[in-house]
Ligand binder design. Structure first.
Ligand code: AHG
Ligand code: MN
Ligand code: MN
Ligand code: MN
Length: 335
């Protein structure tokens, strides 16, 4: 079969043999994510026709106004995974604490935990702008046969077994890695099937796009201000051009395909930034490194940071390797 006809389902099965002693558990987990992504995609495409836009009327633990689609996507992913008894625990942006899933006969025998941002960029849904889902998968570290613990979720990003994102855009794409390269699949909505459309994705060493919310400029640390000035100056391949959607998934997906840097820095009023380490930054760090790029908090590799909290925030610099290295140099010089 030619590559362009490979479906995600076929690809998952083919890749199972990459891992010695595979039990198929990760494949079944990926298949559950594939199903949940299709359900959310269909709902996103109906926004404006069905009652899915606007606020749900509650705040999540981080004080954000939950949108109806945040709650819908969260329920779909959690229920799909619980019904298939495929993970032993889930942590989500929309849940205060992690969920423990006993599994078949309350045996606590499943070995993977999943962390997710079920709907990223949800404030964009009402204006027909791309949103996404981000997920990150780890082996539990607590013993099989016991309930999961917080430590199973507070692992460094380097321990990730798989990570990916779904972008609900002009088409729906699912992009994921199990640590052996990055592959992207596009949903054919007529067939309800994802096909391999972007095999072995790579990000350019240097791009020309910088993505940052410059509305917060006054609050930025000096190093970030210096880097923005550098992006705007004349020079090799410069000035760069600015693009900012306000959906992390969409901003990074564009930069992945075209080359660029995404920055959400710490700021004077918010030193730790906005993005969450466990289900936004770590999965994207794994994804971008698999594509040959780089992810940092301005000083340290994101995936080597020891997490302390489920909803911990961290400054985030992510994208083309040279651009992230240049931004880090500005941060270091301004210290
Ligand atoms: P979420 O919708 O999951 O809460 O994430 C929002 C994040 C991310 O999608 C985006 O890049 C960022 O918030 C935008 O923040 P600003 O509006 O502060 O630029
Ligand atoms: Mn949110
Ligand atoms: Mn998000
Ligand atoms: Mn979200």
């Amino acid at each position: 079969m030619e590559q362009r006809h490979i479906t995600l389902g076929e690809f998952i099965i083919k890749k199972q043999t990459d891992f010695a002693y595979s039990t198929g558990e990760l494949s079944r987990l990926m298949n559950s994510i594939r199903l949940a992504a299709k359900i959310v995609s269909q709902k996103v495409n109906q926004a404006g026709l069905v009652d899915i836009s606007g606020s749900f009327g509650k705040e999540n633990i981080q004080g954000e106004d939950q949108q109806k689609l945040d709650v819908f996507a969260n329920d779909v992913f959690i229920q799909t995974l619980i019904n298939r008894e495929i993970v032993c625990g889930i942590a989500s942006e929309e849940n205060d604490d992690f969920i423990c899933i006993p599994g078949r006969d309350k045996s606590y025998s499943n070995k993977y935990v999943l962390l997710m941002d079920p709907l990223d960029g949800s404030s964009n849904i009402d204006v027909n702008v791309s949103v996404g889902t981000i997920f990150s998968i780890y082996h539990r570290i607590s013993p099989i046969g016991t309930p999961v613990t917080k430590e199973d979720f507070l692992q460094k990003g380097v321990n990730q077994v798989a990570a990916g994102y779904v972008i609900y855009g002009s088409s729906t794409m699912l992009v994921y890695t199990t640590g052996k390269g990055l592959n992207g699949f596009t949903l054919d909505p007529a067939l309800g099937t994802f096909f391999l459309s972007h095999p072995d994705m790579k990000i350019k060493e240097e791009g020309y796009i910088y993505s940052i919310n410059e509305g917060n400029y006054i609050q930025f640390p000096q190093g970030v201000k210096d880097y923005i000035k550098y992006c705007q100056a004349e020079g090799d391949n410069r000035p760069y051009t600015a693009r900012y959607i306000g959906s992390l998934v969409a901003d990074i997906h564009r930069n992945m395909l075209k080359g660029g840097i995404y920055i959400y820095p710490g700021s004077a009023n918010r030193p730790e930034g906005k993005l969450r380490l466990l289900y936004e930054c770590n999965p994207f760090a794994f994804i971008i490194e698999q594509a040959g790029g780089k992810a940092s908090d301005g000083f340290r590799r994101i995936m080597e940071i020891e997490p302390t909290e489920l909803h911990q925030r961290i400054p985030f610099f992510c994208g083309s390797k040279k651009m992230v290295t240049d931004a880090e140099a500005c941060m270091q010089n301004a210290k």
